[in-house]
Design a protein. Structure first.
Length: 272
């Protein structure tokens, strides 16, 4: 047994960290909440009530979204405050102003945070969602209904290496599509040379899960067909949000988190 993990967990989170490490070692999924987790969960519940499940600020303001908490509940405040993947929101919208695509294709669409909000704001005409998780697909479908967008979307299960063979891409030309790809490492399997050649007239944003695999070879392939740029999470300012005015500074900064394991990167691919 690696005692170093116990020592590290105890030094970082005290007895809570020690116990959670022990639970992990013996196969128990339940975890005790540390102080930071309790703060985020408390304000998540408060913001969810205040928002009435609508995004309160930003590009996606007024979109009604029921959040799938089974995946990652730490990002709930960011989603309702409108800061979730803000750089990606801004990039999609600014890119659409320069060179508009008709269809938004979201591989790993989750509950539809981006896809449904972008439809609601009429940034795209239609959306295609791929989502492997059954619970997330249920939320996606529900969110389409409550935003009266059911007739604007089509949903598929997992996006495998043959995803471009779906019948919808006979109707929606690939050159008219903007792809957002967030499939937890699956990007390395499905974005092979053959598929990228088919996508070379599309626009792509790919979340890179470099803790699963080194993205070097994928980036080389992308450069073959696209002009690429790397995007990372940048500044957030809790002082911009009036509903946070009465919250302690230490706590309001925690509400900017998206619960990520490390600093994430996205690669934006534009046709050459």
């Amino acid at each position: 047994m690696n005692l170093g993990k116990f020592k590290y967990a105890y030094s970082k989170y005290g007895i809570t960290g020690f116990v959670n490490t022990f639970f992990g070692k013996i196969g128990i999924k339940y975890r005790l909440e540390n102080h930071f987790t309790k703060i985020i969960r408390y304000y998540s519940n408060e913001i969810e009530k205040i928002s009435k499940n609508k995004i309160i600020y930003g590009n996606y303001k007024e979109t009604k979204i029921l959040i799938n908490k089974s995946w990652n509940s730490f990002d709930l405040p960011a989603k309702y405050l409108g800061t979730y993947e803000l750089e990606i929101q801004n990039l999609i919208i600014s890119s659409q102003k320069k060179n508009k695509k008709k269809y938004f294709v979201n591989l790993g669409c989750g509950e539809g945070y981006h896809a449904i909000s972008l439809l609601k704001k009429k940034i795209f005409k239609n959306t295609v969602g791929f989502e492997s998780d059954e619970v997330a697909r249920h939320f996606f479908d529900k969110n389409l209904k409550i935003n009266n967008l059911k007739d604007k979307a089509i949903t598929y299960n997992i996006a495998d290496i043959n995803f471009l063979k779906k019948s919808i891409f006979k109707k929606f030309k690939l050159e008219d599509c903007f792809f957002l790809i967030d499939i937890e490492g699956g990007e390395f399997a499905i974005l092979n040379d053959s598929n990228l050649k088919l996508l070379k007239k599309s626009k792509l944003i790919i979340e890179l899960h470099d803790f699963y695999k080194n993205p070097k070879n994928l980036l080389i392939l992308l450069k073959k067909y696209f002009r690429i740029s790397i995007i990372t999470t940048k500044h957030r300012s809790p002082s911009e949000f009036k509903i946070l005015d009465e919250i302690h500074d230490n706590e309001k900064w925690l509400l900017m988190t998206e619960g990520r394991p490390k600093k994430m990167q996205w690669v934006f691919c534009e046709p050459k």
